[in-house]
Every structure is written in C-alpha cells, then in structure tokens.
Design a binder for this molecule. Structure first.
Ligand code: F6P
Length: 402
C-alpha cells in the first residue's frame, strides 16, 4: 500500500507558518459522529500549541456565503468530545461555485457562482487558513478555494468511508457499530418468527457499511453496490435456509445496491443540491422480490439516519483527535491544500484535489468478502455458494470458495 505523503511531497506548496494567526473551521456534508471531537482537537491544538485564534464557520460553506462566522473560545470546544452532530451546523447542498440563488419559471433552481462572496467573508474575518471537515462533495467545493489561493487543509469525514486517499474516515466505525447493533436486534424476530428480515443501510454508492456491519452481525446475505445481485440466486439461497437450514435469514442491503443490469433505487432528487440524488427503497424492492419468489414471510427495516447520529464510539474519538491534531501540525509545517489521511495505520497527508469528487468503493476481491463467503455468507450473486448449507444434497461447485 502507498505510504502517506510526507513533508517532501509538499515543499512546492508551502506557506510560512508564522503568517498564520487566525484560522476558520467548517463542517460540510452530512453530519456524522466525531465531528465535534475533530473541532475540539483542531481548536485546542491551535490555541494551546500555536496561540492561534479559531473562528467557527456556521453550516458549512453556507456560513461563508452568508458571512456567518463566529469566534470559538476554549470553553466553546470543551465538553463536546462525546456529543453527536456538529456545534457549527452543516449543509450538504452548498457548493459556492454552483449555489442555488433563485427559481426559474419551470420550478428548476437558478445557480450562481458565489465564490467572491465567500472570499469577502474570508478576508473580512482575516482567516489565514481554513480547516474543512467533510467528504468528497465538501472537498470538491473546497477545491474552488484552493484554486483561489486560500490555504485549505481537509479532514476526511463520512460514515460512507468512501473518500479516496484514506483507508478510514471518522464516523464510519460508529455507523458500523450502530448498524451492527440494529442487525443483532433483528435477529431475535427473524429467529422467533422464522422470517426473513431485510435491513437497508446507508452508504451511497459504496458498500462499506453493509459489508462490515453484515459480517459483524453474522448476517446471512449482504448486498452491496459493487456486486450486483441476481434475484434468482437470492431466492434459491433463502429457500434453502428456510427449508433445510435454520429457518430464518437476515439480509443487509446497502442503499446503493442494484440487481444485475438493474438501476439504483432513488428516494428523491433535490435539484438544489450539488449532489441531487438521494438513494433509498432498495430494501423494500429486495423484500418484495423474496416474497414473490419464495414462501417466506419477509419484513423490511430501513435504518436511514439512525446510523449517522449519536455519540462517537471510542475508536472514532481517537481517530477524530488524531486527524484534528494532524491537520494543525500539517498546517503549521507550512503545507497548503492538503487532506490529512490514514494509510497503513499511519497518519499523513495528500493533495486535497486528489480526493475531491471521487469515491472509494469496495473491491469485489476485498479480503473481508472472501472471508465472509468462506463462512457461507451470500452476496446474492452466486447460487452455488449456498450449496454447503445444512441439508443441501448438492456437492460444492468448483467455483465455491469452501
Ligand atoms: O454521505 C452520508 C449519507 O448519510 C449517505 O450515506 C446518504 O446516502 C446520504 O448522506 C443521505 O443524505 P441526506 O441526509 O441529505 O438524506
């Protein structure tokens, strides 16, 4: 694996650290557990180690558009380590380069480039750098400011864990823990009522949450966007589990999953957002297909925003603290336009533009998928993998992994 970039990679783009007297911090995109822990780490490191003033920018980039920027005191950032959400507020629609400023006669939004307004706010508050905490959409918006000559240091945030360049973003592990607990609870009903329980989880176009929570909860079937499923294979697997296996099944479905040759299930389209598509509904689609093709009783649960809320687990608090500290360290070493990352368990930084607007998805050859398949978990893509279930009369096919 590529080691994290270090000081040597950034010598061509440095900024004299002694010029940095005041920084702004913003949280963009969907909220997630650990945002406050990062704000705390950034602000406390800035204040205690470097004597730098910290300004909080409200509601992501919207705070720059509307000039809503306020000082953060040491007291403001104390006692927030365990709190969910973000004390600064967030926004997952605002990209200053394409900002909805009105509505056309046909109801569609009219977009304007409001970057100059944001630059005015940055100048008005004398911000020497901005710490931007967000995912790929937020980093794409941040790239405008990098190009405009503003020093931006990014910190990777997303429950989806799909940011390119880092093996992990904070918020993901808490989301997985919450989803795992929910799946564990669904087990009771599945077992007692001999049902198929289908559970849809967030994750956008990546299956990281479904894969990891699915494995952690011992779910029987995991459907992710990276491995299109086959409805016939799903039905065969369920029939075998119901008829000659334990008589119940837990199916975890990533919101971005699709059938082979099928399309994603879109819950709504928000044209005022720079990422207009909101996924949702695939869990019910899978449940309907199972109900139509088998005699099993099927129920659907959609976890939705539940996995995004609440207090960060210990691992996320540690990640957040390390990321926040590292962002300040990188900034004060003179770096510009960098994203702090973790690769091979080490903290480093990469060019912020590398990750902007990109998504890191699960490889179908991921070792966790191999391990899950080896213990009989189905990915809905291959009937023969289920042939070793108890009661099966068929021999393992040559393509079975066990
Ligand atoms: O990116 C985080 C995320 O929670 C995705 O998993 C999900 O698809 C999306 O945000 C939901 O967005 P919203 O909160 O706008 O419905």
């Amino acid at each position: 694996m590529r080691p994290p970039a270090g000081v040597a990679d950034r010598v061509s783009s440095t900024m004299s650290p002694e010029r940095i007297k005041r920084i702004g911090v913003l949280t963009g995109g969907g909220d997630c557990p650990g945002l406050n822990a990062v704000i705390r780490a950034v602000a406390k490191t800035a204040m205690l180690q470097y004597g730098i003033e910290v300004m909080g920018i409200e509601d992501g980039f919207l705070g720059l558009v509307e000039n809503r920027v306020r000082p953060l005191t040491f007291k403001d950032v104390s006692g927030i380590l365990t709190r969910g959400g973000t004390i600064l507020g967030s926004n997952n629609k605002c990209n200053p380069r394409r900002f909805a400023t009105g509505t056309a006669a046909d109801g569609s939004p009219i977009f304007s480039n409001v970057t100059p307004q944001c630059l005015d706010s940055i100048r008005a508050h004398r911000l020497d750098a901005i710490i931007v905490i967000g995912g790929d959409g937020t980093m794409a918006a941040a790239s405008t400011f990098v190009h405009a000559g503003i020093n931006v240091i990014g910190i990777p945030k997303t429950i989806d864990n799909d940011l390119v360049g880092t093996e992990i973003s904070f918020g993901f592990l808490t989301a997985v823990a919450t989803a795992t607990e929910a799946l564990d609870r669904l087990h009771s009903t599945a077992d007692s009522h001999h049902r198929v329980m289908v559970c849809e989880v967030m994750g956008r176009n990546a299956g990281w949450i479904a894969l990891t929570a699915g494995v952690a909860s011992g779910s029987d079937m995991i459907l992710i966007p990276e491995i299109p499923y086959d409805e016939g294979s799903i039905a065969s697997y369920i029939n075998r589990r119901m008829d000659s296996g334990p008589g119940f099944a837990i199916v975890v479905v990533a919101e971005g999953a699709t059938s082979r040759g099928g399309s994603q299930s879109v819950a709504r389209i928000d044209l005022s957002s720079s990422e207009p598509i909101r996924l949702g509904g695939i869990g019910q689609r899978v449940a309907d297909s199972i109900a139509a093709r088998t005699s099993a009783e099927v129920r659907t649960t959609v976890l939705g925003h539940i996995v995004r809320g609440g207090t960060p687990i210990a691992a996320d608090r540690i990640l957040a603290t390390n990321f926040g500290f590292h962002a300040m360290k990188v900034l004060m070493e003179g770096a510009r336009g960098r994203l702090v990352v973790r690769e091979s368990n080490a903290y480093g930084d990469i060019d912020l533009l590398t990750s902007a607007g990109q998504q890191r998805r699960v490889s179908p050859g991921n070792p966790l998928i191999t391990a899950a398949r080896a213990i009989g978990t189905s990915f809905g893509d291959s009937e023969e993998l289920s042939s070793v279930l108890p009661g099966s009369s068929g021999a393992s096919s040559p393509s079975a992994v066990w």
